[in-house]
Design a protein around this ligand. Structure first.
Ligand code: LMR
Length: 363
């Protein structure tokens, strides 16, 4: 080999190596909602901070509005490594075999965001995220959206109003049971298809926080909504485990810092976003937003005596199935007590043994 050729090969190798070293690490972050939702904005904030803290060594590519994948495919793609980061709703971990997250779907489980944060920031929240490890997933943090409201093309003031309605739900057994408990027919449907489903009458109604209802323009195809705030919708930010653990330690630490700040930002904007979305939808006059009276709320929650009896029975049953101190036991007992207060016609368990959500009828 001539001297000149050797030099040429060596220089090509040096150039290739430095190009590789300069190539940023790409994180594809796929999600199903609009950019101007709490999740959409937090994803942007994470991108801004992650690229700043890693000094451009990491590039975050955000794909909103189910551009890359719909609900179910995005989880499969994360496991396969085609995307590196997602923030699915806590109601969508069931198909992954992580039904314990469906405890968050229990109606009336959290009276307010503070109560919710005590769970997500505490031991249970951490244990739930850690339970994803066996699925090849690392749970980084929880992001808020908000409390859900019901909508349909007819008024939803009493339980009777729900009878026979086809209601779109996320892929959660607890949400299916909630709709059945109300006398309606649950239909699981990807988020990206909800507007069309409502428009064409494939489904009659749905539930979502105002921010999602507004940014997907669902108010255009729903004449009535009830500000029920009956359940919570939030997210777990998750990453592909092999990818995350393969990152250089300093980069991972910078990304964790960016995530902690993006989470704080998300939780700051989530409430205001939902309040603003509700006001904006009310201003269009397209949907009649109904604020239930105290009496209607009480009627929806069942009468006092039955309520106390059910709460006691359900708590005893939950205790039996979930020994005190067990991780799912604690959240299940709380859920049973609160749910029985909301709808004494059905109760839910998160069974510790099977990691499955069990649904039972009234005693
Ligand atoms: C839904 O499918 O209704 C929500 O999970 C969408 C989302 O990610 O907020």
């Amino acid at each position: 080999m001539g001297f000149a050729r050797t030099i040429a090969i060596v220089s090509a190798c040096v150039l290739a190596t430095s190009a590789l070293a300069d190539d940023p690490i790409v994180i594809k972050f796929s999600h199903v909602v609009a950019p101007d939702t709490p999740k959409g904005q937090a994803a942007e904030k994470f991108k801004e901070l992650a690229e700043k803290y890693t000094d451009g060594k990491v590039t975050i590519q955000i794909y909103p509005n189910s551009q890359l994948y719909k609900d179910k495919e995005e989880l499969e793609s994360l496991q396969l490594g085609s995307v590196q980061m997602l923030a699915p709703s806590l109601a969508k971990f069931g198909p992954l075999g992580a039904r314990q997250f469906e405890a968050f779907d229990l109606p009336c489980l959290f009276p307010d965001r503070e109560a919710l944060h005590r769970v997500t920031d505490g031991k249970i929240g951490k244990e739930l995220l850690a339970s994803l490890d066996s699925k090849g997933i690392i749970g980084l943090d929880y992001w808020d959206n908000g409390f859900k409201i019901f909508s349909a093309n007819s008024p939803l003031k009493t339980v009777d109003d729900f009878k026979g309605l086809k209601m779109r739900v996320q892929s959660s057994k607890v949400l299916e049971a909630q709709m059945r408990a109300l006398g309606s027919i649950p239909q699981v449907m990807p988020f990206s298809e909800v507007y069309q489903g409502l428009q064409t009458g494939v489904v009659d109604g749905t539930e979502n926080p105002p921010s999602n209802m507004y940014t997907q323009k669902m108010y255009e195809v729903q004449t009535n909504a009830t500000i029920s705030r009956h359940g919570y919708l939030g997210y777990a930010v998750i990453v592909n485990k092999r990818f995350w653990e393969g990152l250089p330690e300093d980069i991972r630490a910078q990304l964790e810092k960016a995530m902690a700040e993006a989470t704080e930002y998300n939780n700051e904007v989530a409430k205001k976003d939902n309040d603003d979305a509700l006001a904006a939808m009310e201003a269009t006059g397209k949907t009649d937003f109904y604020q239930p009276t105290n009496a209607e709320r009480a009627a929806l929650q069942g009468d006092g005596a039955r309520l106390r009896r059910d709460a006691r029975t359900h708590r005893q049953e939950a205790d039996r199935r979930n020994p005190p101190g067990s991780r799912h036991g604690r959240i299940a007992r709380l859920g049973c007590a609160r749910f029985s207060r909301a709808h004494p016609t059905a109760i839910f368990f998160v069974s510790r043994r099977s990691n499955d959500t069990k649904i039972s009828g009234p005693p």
